[in-house]
Design a protein around this ligand. Sequence first.
Ligand code: BTN
Length: 323
Amino acid sequence: MNFLIQFAVPPCRRGEKRTQPFGTNVLEWRPTIDHPSWGRVGMSFEFAREFPFARYVEIHDELGSTNDRAAQLAPERDLELPALVLARRQTAGRGRGANRWWSAEGALTFSLLIEPARLGLNSAQWPQLSLATAVAVCDAISAECADSSCELRATIKWPNDVLLDGRKACGILIESPGGEAPAKDRLIIGIGVNVNNSWREAPADLATHTIALCDTTHREHDRLAVLSRLLLALELRIGQLASDSDELPREWQRACWLHNKQVCIQQEHREINGTCRGIDSQGALILKSPDALHRLFSGSVIAVQDSPLFSQSKPRSGCVDSL
Ligand code: BTN
């Protein structure tokens, strides 16, 4: 059974509770449904509160890739934005580069289609969006697991993986739909969070690299609650990026997992080795090698000292095919 629930959410100020019924911008009215997997969902105020920030929502039971669906929506001029595409299950999830993204039942997989200019972001800030998103994921995970007795710290593996205990808990894929206006002025933020999909169910070659929230808290999490926290945090962090707030770079620096580690970064035609000195306010990774101080704006981490999970002999994590 493949459910699709589709609706536009009326505007609502941050943190405000919805008290008004849906307005005329509801695209399609469907009654609340007892969804076999998501529980009771539908066109109720309660349900819409789950999606702060989003103004248009699609919930799919199964999709190839939420990023691909968001790309299909991108040319629609009258679409309310941000548009949220959520899938309970992805059959062809994509990771960075040519990687596929493994996500079993229990993962949270969604994409948010945004128009950066409407959120106050200029194109020079686009590259920092992935770090802002990673910070938002750390916020959401920390809030979701705050009641857990275990000491839990979500960290960022530059440029945009979120780790728990040094293992990948979330991958972020930001893509430009390209083409003509309005699509070319929009961006797709794709996020996959391991929530209830324990590493124990992961393919053998990924199991040691990945981790899910349920692995650290030893309980099942409500994926819609995690999503709701994440959307709130995203709205906040994107706002900070737009206003050039100091707080955002402070957070990505504080959460930098590579800090003071010996790392090897692969760029298109070269590999750079050095000690990580953190992430600067522009989002560049600072690497100190014997002969120079490098500011890197792109690249893949292919080796990390003392981390068997991120060594050249085993460059895989979270997503299938490669790191
Ligand atoms: C990576 O770590 O390589 C990025 C993984 C991004 C996965 C998410 S899941 C939701 C969205 N849809 C996709 O096909 N990919 C992203």
